[in-house]
Design a protein around this ligand. Structure first.
Ligand SMILES: Cc1cc2nc3c(=O)[nH]c(=O)nc-3n(C[C@H](O)[C@H](O)[C@H](O)COP(=O)(O)OP(=O)(O)OC[C@H]3O[C@@H](n4cnc5c(N)ncnc54)[C@H](O)[C@@H]3O)c2cc1C
Length: 408
């Protein structure tokens, strides 16, 4: 059966919700359908590796909106409904149960899934951390205080998931070993100085950090994890294993649709992927007009910003505008609050602006070829915000430094 559904948004999470709200706020009065593969109303993922994992919050607190909001928005939400195919020519989406949804415009907001280690699927005690079920299952194990091995403890993709889970697991009294293939953990994105600082903090809290090592396999006993084998043959005992090696954009269902799917859904600067299809959030890749780079960002704020942009551009027609952003991400580890504006990745210099790494309270600017590309702060929310305009402007360092209270 084909149902005519006006604008269809596939993916009922931060990006999908922002799109739906943006459309209604922008005056769209036609029919609107939100299709979600999970059985939950949209919920927030950042607390999964923080407040939910630690037990400080119950799952209800993660809900992004109350059930009544969806009625007010007059959105048809199909939950537990997986989109399995897209026919761009016929403008329809097929769901796993056989239903077809015809659309006028389609928004792909299907996010990303945690990457796994091949061969570990279904092994008891091996976890990933992407959904509320994942977090609850991991928490249920951690309260029994197993020795937890975290595979890939870095800032992989957009996430700090492994490092955050390490902090929570220590708080719950687990022994924790973090295995990373990098020589200087956490430094790929934030540089050796800040990476070194964060690694030192983890070590001080009792996390054993194994660097420069790949996990070859998970060793099982009676179908349950007993340890991991590293590429140098070493075996680390593990009562539980968390695979934190990043995420893959959920584009499998779009195969054969004619959309370009290089690293996520390839869009233009307006987040339009062609054929009346748009993309937002972790799944979207777009050419950033400011940096000239093609980006795909796995940050919570980006998902909402892109959802709103897609809504605006759908309604704007020919007056659509390019998506522009200063990326923002945060992470909580122990009592440290880390925040980043912009992109630290690929920076060739870092200057502390205020405070010091020694105090573990500072702001710093990251530069690439003499221009400010990011500002990172630890425990300095307001001073960091003051640096945001420099990032937005990609300010030349020589000009920026004149106004800064340099710490040396
Ligand atoms: C544990 C964890 C901690 C995080 N912490 C932070 C943080 O501290 N700060 C930060 O900035 N970001 C953080 N993030 C990243 C942030 O949560 C994501 O960037 C954000 O959730 C992306 O939103 P999204 O709507 O694009 O995709 P998602 O949240 O991935 O949602 C996509 C939705 O689409 C559904 N879907 C997928 N395929 C289909 C299909 N075929 N049919 C129907 N539905 C489908 C999925 O089930 C899912 O519900 C964290 C992420 C995780 C997992």
């Amino acid at each position: 059966m084909t149902v005519s559904a006006g604008i269809v948004v596939v993916g009922a999470s931060a990006a999908g919700l922002a799109t739906v709200e943006g459309l209604r706020r922008g005056g769209y009065e036609g029919s609107l359908t939100l299709v979600g593969g999970e059985s939950h109303l949209p919920y927030d993922r950042p607390p999964l590796s923080k407040q939910l994992l630690s037990g400080a919050w119950q799952p209800e607190k993660l809900r992004l909106r109350t059930p009544e909001t969806y009625t007010e928005l007059q959105v048809d939400h199909l939950l537990g409904a997986e989109a399995v195919a897209l026919d761009t020519g016929g403008r329809s989406v097929r769901l796993a149960d056989g239903r077809q949804l015809a659309y006028t415009q389609l928004v792909v907001a299907t996010g990303a899934s945690a990457r796994t280690l091949p061969g570990t699927e279904g092994v008891a005690g091996v976890h990933t951390l992407r959904t509320v079920e994942d977090a609850l299952a991991l928490r249920a194990e951690l309260v029994a205080r197993p020795h937890l091995v975290i595979v890939g403890g870095g800032f992989v993709g957009g996430g700090f998931v492994g490092a955050e889970a390490a902090a929570v697991a220590r708080g719950l009294g687990c022994e924790v070993t973090l295995v990373t293939d990098q020589d200087a953990p956490l430094s790929d994105a934030v540089g050796v100085e800040v990476g070194g600082l964060l690694t030192a903090v983890h070590r001080e809290h009792g996390v054993r950090v194994v660097t420069g090592s790949l996990v070859r396999e998970v060793i099982t006993e009676n179908g349950r994890t007993a340890g991991v084998r590293l590429d140098d043959g070493r075996i680390l005992p593990a009562g539980a294993v968390l695979i934190g090696i990043g995420a893959r954009p959920n584009t499998g269902w779009l195969t054969g649709s004619g959309l370009s799917l290089t690293n996520g859904v390839d869009c233009n600067a307006f987040l339009h992927a062609g054929h009346g299809v748009w993309a937002a959030g972790d799944v979207a890749s777009w050419p950033d007009v400011d940096s000239g780079e093609r980006l795909r960002i796995e940050h919570r704020t980006n998902a909402s910003e892109q959802g709103l942009t897609v809504a605006r551009n759908i309604l704007a027609g020919p007056a659509a505008t390019a998506f522009r952003t200063v990326p923002y991400v945060w992470s909580d580890q122990y009592d440290l609050k880390i925040q980043i504006y912009g992109r630290t990745h690929g920076a060739d210099a870092m200057h502390v602006v205020e405070g010091s790494l020694h105090e573990r309270k500072f702001t710093a600017l990251y530069l690439s070829r003499g221009h400010v590309t990011a500002a990172l702060g630890v425990g300095m929310i307001r001073p960091l915000r003051a640096l945001r305009p420099l990032v937005a402007a990609r300010a030349p360092w020589e000009q920026a430094r004149q106004d800064l209270p340099l710490a040396g």
